[in-house]
Design a protein around this ligand. Sequence first.
Ligand SMILES: Cc1cc2nc3c(=O)[nH]c(=O)nc-3n(C[C@H](O)[C@H](O)[C@H](O)COP(=O)(O)OP(=O)(O)OC[C@H]3O[C@@H](n4cnc5c(N)ncnc54)[C@H](O)[C@@H]3O)c2cc1C
Length: 637
Amino acid sequence: MGNFFDDNEDLKFQFEKGVDWPTLVEVTEFGYTTKDGFKSPEPAREFYREVVRQIGSLAADVVAPRSVKLDREEAILVDGETVEPEATQAIFEALRQAECHRLCVPRELGGLNAPMITYFTGAELIARGDVATMTHFSFHEGMALAALAFSLNEGSTEYDKAQCAIGKTRFADVIQEISSGAAFGSMDITEPDAGSDMAQLKAKGEQDENGNWFITGQKIFITSGHAKYHYVIARTEAAKDGDAFAGLSGLSMFLVKAYEDVPGRGRVRHVTVDRIEEKLGHHGSVTAALSFDRAPAQLIGRRGEGFKYMLVLMNNARLGVGYEGIGLMESAYRMATAYAAERRSMGKTLDRHEMIADMLDEMRTDIQGLRALAFRASVHEELSQKLQFAQRLGITVPNMDELRIASELKRHRRLARRYTPLLKYLSAEKAVETARRNLQIHGGAGYMREYGAEKLLRDSLVLPIYEGTSQIQSLMAMKDVLSGITRAPKSFATRLARARWRAAARGDVLGRRVAKLQVASLSAQQFLITRTAASKLKTLAGVPVAQWKDQLTKNWDPKRDFALAMLHAERLTKLLADEAIAEILLEQARAFPERRDVLERWLDRAEVRAHALTHEITTTGGRILSSLADAQAKAVG
Ligand SMILES: Cc1cc2nc3c(=O)[nH]c(=O)nc-3n(C[C@H](O)[C@H](O)[C@H](O)COP(=O)(O)OP(=O)(O)OC[C@H]3O[C@@H](n4cnc5c(N)ncnc54)[C@H](O)[C@@H]3O)c2cc1C
């Protein structure tokens, strides 16, 4: 009997000490007012610990032993219906029986009301067993919680103050069906001609004379596309002239029931599963191509708000991928460590050879740094979502007046927004690197199927692609940071000055090293914004000086003005992630001196990277930008 939670000291540290439990439990139970809820943090925490231990045991004993079967026996399409292999069915039955699909759903809707951090910890554990299983798992409860979040956002959820519980919510039946394990959902965005560029989406949402909505179009690469409930993004509005984002503002979000099981008639389908995609890896998760031919749909929110609703769903999904990456890395690292301790070469085991020892050390350090970031990012996101819930529904939280709720909500939202793309980016990229190193450490055996190292590498390769590619995460992180500077240049200058001062201060060596990393990151940002502003200034030739302020703070054309920053976005994102992780690890090292070692190892690697990255950002890119400009000029002329 194994347990992926109990055998992992670093994970246990983050779960026990990396979370501000008193605040999280208090907010989860709305100041201990919720019906049938916990009345103090300690019993709640014990319950949550038991929950993740139970998932740890399922991941070790039910998921991991089936990972080879999951890789080799894929789902098939029979008469338009997807038949999952026995291994998938057994795992999902065990997860259902253990009530894993209703962990974080509010009690009054049939759930256990545990905080999302229990779900995310579970995500890492299940992904360590088999990452594709985790992906399919996330389209269960994650979709039920999305239904609640959508309803909250559109204003169709009401709180019964007398009962201290949700009184009414639009998708209650969907939430209950999914959380009981009887159904699951999917998120249908991608089309043959539109992936990262959502403005090109073509699937249509149309309304008949009675106001009923119907969807027509094609979607591809849809994870768990054999689901009953589909959140579909479709175009309802024509593009407006002169609006750069017209392509996005014409999108709306819909809920489509793919089929209904009608007594006497059997299954009546509204959405056709055209095929199950044949993939390089990730075989434990179905990826499907779908057709909609006037499929009945329910509009979520208002017309044109599809992109906004997609972002609501995306935040948790990107965090989920962050945890998936860490789970996969943990599996690869353990496989590599075990093999390197056994296999002998030139008179000693592999782990005694300098290069291999260095690789293993970096793998371990990456996992620990990323896990610290993941916990921080997801707790800020969770607190911001819950405080928003309280604010929108007018729930009074004892010890928190409206003003405090508003300011805490703003703080948590800002930090979640900062950390989330960094986590998605770095976890996905490092999962690939770690899986590749595991294979390399196995030598020829790594290339053979029976060892499982090649499966991890194949499985890892999708992580930088789905839920927003690595490049899209980088663009988001870069734009957030640079536009933040244009909005508040003085506060940026103060941050840089303070970091420089801390980097030169005597005393705390680790604090000084982290400050130097911050200076490197802020200097790279300063360089990019200065160069960006310089290009913008060139465009001001002929514009009256009186209009410069407006031109400098408004009217940014991301395609023209941010070219250099876009070229270096991925490098900047690596710097931002290194900086964020170092800050979190420093805080933990100050509170728990036994964690100094993790920070020191992180800094040893990050300092060298920062040096190389800032050098690349400040000295390269000119040649590519000129050749792109030439190509553009030729295309226009
Ligand atoms: C296994 C799997 C499961 C999936 N599950 C789902 C799902 O459940 N639902 C769903 O809707 N979709 C899903 N997808 C689709 C996935 O989200 C898209 O593949 C992804 O968004 C990329 O879109 P694309 O494939 O069209 O690539 P493109 O958008 O064509 O991108 C190709 C390459 O160009 C880069 N690129 C694109 N634009 C830019 C830019 N402006 N600057 C720099 N680089 C850029 C990308 O990063 C990428 O490297 C899944 C895909 C896979 C492989």
